[in-house]
Design a protein around this ligand. Structure first.
Ligand code: 5AD
Ligand code: SF4
Length: 438
């Protein structure tokens, strides 16, 4: 049997795309190889959001080239955002690549690969014009009780730093009926937690006569779905009906990942985020007033062109003011073709480094304080498996999306009550309640 291996870079949308790619390859009769070296078909599902994933990909492709030299029958396919961004150059830069495809062209992959990888259309490229939802493709999921559900593709925002709109195209919503049918199917298969995925989930539905609050309520009504998450919302489109739906729907988790990017209104404007610091903070107040015990996480960028020391300090103070449970912090990385890449006032690398170190320290300090506040509480945990560092312990996540490492005797997929006994900046430690009683 011919075997495939998929290497995934980037965000959850990409991870979900990889589930479709794997499902499709399995339908073509291929089996999964444990690593790149043992695979006949190597797929790289790429990301190009910052320079770092580009460099990591280059290293992986170096290995792929070597493997292909050993066995020219191997097929190398490069998909995802980097492939789309580099579409004119990819075969030039990496002549050993057989097939390249953008993030929207997964449904066409079978045509280029041929059944079982025979008769590969070398040099084929799936273009953004062929974009289609992969919703009808089979899906190879990592866990039987958790699933991602794509609700839209593309992005209509024009954030000055971001390459995504250029590579994933204009926003298109998936029909609500189709999404619900998928959620019902997943629930019937035993899925208890779903994560709705879109580049901007709050703008969902305008083009299909629906909206995100309706979608949340409809998903909440599906029997068996006990946890609903979503990522990412854009603060500019986070309106009252969605907040109300979050508050009303039992299954919707008490967590919002709300990308702030910068705490400075001037920088936010230059980024074209279309909200000010004040408006963002108001939204946080509204969310917290409606949803008790809400966890908030965010994305932050340091060193956007023109960012002064004082403006950076405003990002630090926003982190303190909001009191985030966690944050992804990024050094601004110029992406060719974006508005910001051509802006004057690019911040020197050393300054960016120094700023991100300071920011990470604050994020961790605040995260630890937030987590310490959970000690002594009982949290509902969805068990995911053994702890990564200690096989004797279990790992799972709370409704607020914090990782918990705990002692207990339960199976992955179960929901259990855990008493929280200790906390670090990123994890909680605890004991399963039944075990406490025993
Ligand atoms: N440089 C650094 N970070 C970026 N992000 C997006 N584009 C860039 C860039 N050019 C970050 C944003 C976004 C997250 C997914 O990646 O914070 O929310
Ligand atoms: Fe995801 Fe953006 Fe990376 Fe594409 S470029 S994989 S959308 S993070």
């Amino acid at each position: 049997m011919r075997r495939y291996h998929v290497t995934t870079f980037g965000c959850q949308m990409n991870a979900h795309d990889s589930e479709r790619i794997k499902g499709l390859l399995e339908e073509l009769g291929l089996g999964e190889a444990p690593n790149q070296d043992e695979a006949d078909v190597l797929v790289f599902n790429t990301c190009t959001i910052r320079e770092k994933p580009d460099t990591r990909l280059a290293a992986h492709l170096g290995n792929a080239r070597m493997l292909k030299e050993q066995d020219p029958g191997r097929v190398i396919a490069v998909g995802g955002c980097y492939a789309e961004a580099q579409r004119d150059r990819i075969f030039e830069t990496y002549p050993f690549v057989d097939v390249a495809f953008g993030p929207g062209s997964i449904p066409h992959l079978a045509e280029w690969l041929g059944a079982g990888g025979e008769g590969v259309a070398r040099g084929a490229f799936g273009t953004a014009e062929e974009r289609a939802f992969a919703g009808r493709l089979p899906m190879h999921r990592e866990r039987r009780f958790q699933a991602w559900v794509q609700i839209s593709m593309g992005c209509n925002s024009v954030c000055a730093y971001c390459i995504v709109p250029a590579v994933r195209g204009r926003e298109v919503s998936r029909r609500p009926g189709e999404i619900l049918a998928e959620v019902e199917r997943l629930a019937a298969q035993g899925v208890r937690e779903i994560t709705l995925l879109g580049q901007n989930v709050n703008s969902y539905g305008r083009d299909v006569g629906s909206d995100f609050s309706e979608l949340l309520r409809a998903c909440d009504a599906v029997e068996g779905v006990e946890r609903i998450r979503f990522t990412s919302p854009h603060p500019k489109d986070f309106r009252a009906p969605v907040i109300a739906a979050m508050a009303d729907c039992q299954a919707v988790c008490e967590h919002a990942h709300l990308p702030l990017q910068s705490g400075s209104t001037r920088i936010l404007k230059a980024m074209r985020r279309t909200y000010s610091r004040e408006r963002y903070l108001r939204l946080v107040d509204e969310l917290r007033a409606a949803i008790p015990d809400l966890a908030l996480t965010t994305d932050l960028i340091v060193g956007f062109p023109g960012e002064t020391e004082a403006e950076f300090e405003q990002t630090v103070s926003a982190v303190e003011e909001v009191g985030y449970d966690g944050a992804f912090t990024f050094v601004y990385s110029p992406r060719q073709g974006t508005e910001a890449a051509a802006m004057p006032g690019q911040v020197p690398e050393a300054v960016k480094r120094e700023r991100i170190e300071r920011l990470v320290e604050v994020v961790q300090r605040i995260g630890e304080r937030r987590n310490r506040g959970r000690v002594g509480r009982i949290e509902e945990v969805l068990v995911e498996g053994p702890s990564r560092t200690d096989e004797a312990l279990l790992r799972g996540r709370t409704r607020r999306n914090t990782t918990v490492v705990f002692t207990g005797d339960v199976q992955p997929g179960e929901l259990v009550q855990v008493r929280i006994e200790d906390a670090t900046s990123a994890t909680l430690r605890g004991v399963e309640l039944a075990a406490v009683a025993a």
